[in-house]
Design a protein around this ligand. Sequence first.
Ligand SMILES: [Zn+2]
Length: 260
Amino acid sequence: MIPYGVLIGLVFHYSLNTFGLSTNWIQENQEGYSIYYTPSDAADLTAYRMAFQRGIRRSQEFFGKPYIQHFDIYIHPNRASLDSTWQSDWGAPAFKSECWMVASGVAGRLDLIAPNRWDADACEHPTMDTTATQNLIAHELVHVFHGQLNPSPDFSEVSGLDWFVEGLATYASGQCDSLRMATVLEALNEDKIPGHLSAFWTGSLRYGLSGSLAMYLDAHYGREIIYQLLACTDLNALLDKLGVDEATLLHDWKAYVKSL
Ligand SMILES: [Zn+2]
């Protein structure tokens, strides 16, 4: 990225994506983070900024602690721009995102397609569903918070913990609502729960299954322990910290869901 110039706190950058197309980023510095956007999204920036501020507040209130490092938020003007970032970050030049993928969060940055473009450039995410949009932004900001406290800031070295990383972001962001909990209870009553944690973040119930596990950890072990779990990079380390084995954890989680 090549700094181009500075104007009243805004910095203009040009960057070349993998297609060789030039993106004209405008940078706005906030306390603790910077927002990058393109001129085509300038009119919506106030609404986006408010959504980021709410999400950041939500994470910090959930954990009772601040973000420990500065991070960047990129508002991509289209899917090609997001894909080009993921292609270079993940070393996968041929990667093409699915239509439901609209955002990602790691320690140093949050990338998202501008929400007002989701109707045209995504599926399953109606732009007008503002609560869902706000929760999705909060979800990614939980990943940012989590990545800052994990030895693997982009989660690439984390294994066997999809259910925890995604479940925590789902729960802490408010995505684990009563509708999702009802589907988990229904699956539980029909004996359709996966036998291992490794399968919790799969299939259509993944948000409810993983999110309710994080909810259970919060209810049973408390917020301070959850904060300590953010540093875990594998399942055994996490279970050791909780002093529980996988089968007992699943058994106790089921009892918890049924008791709600
Ligand atoms: Zn996620």
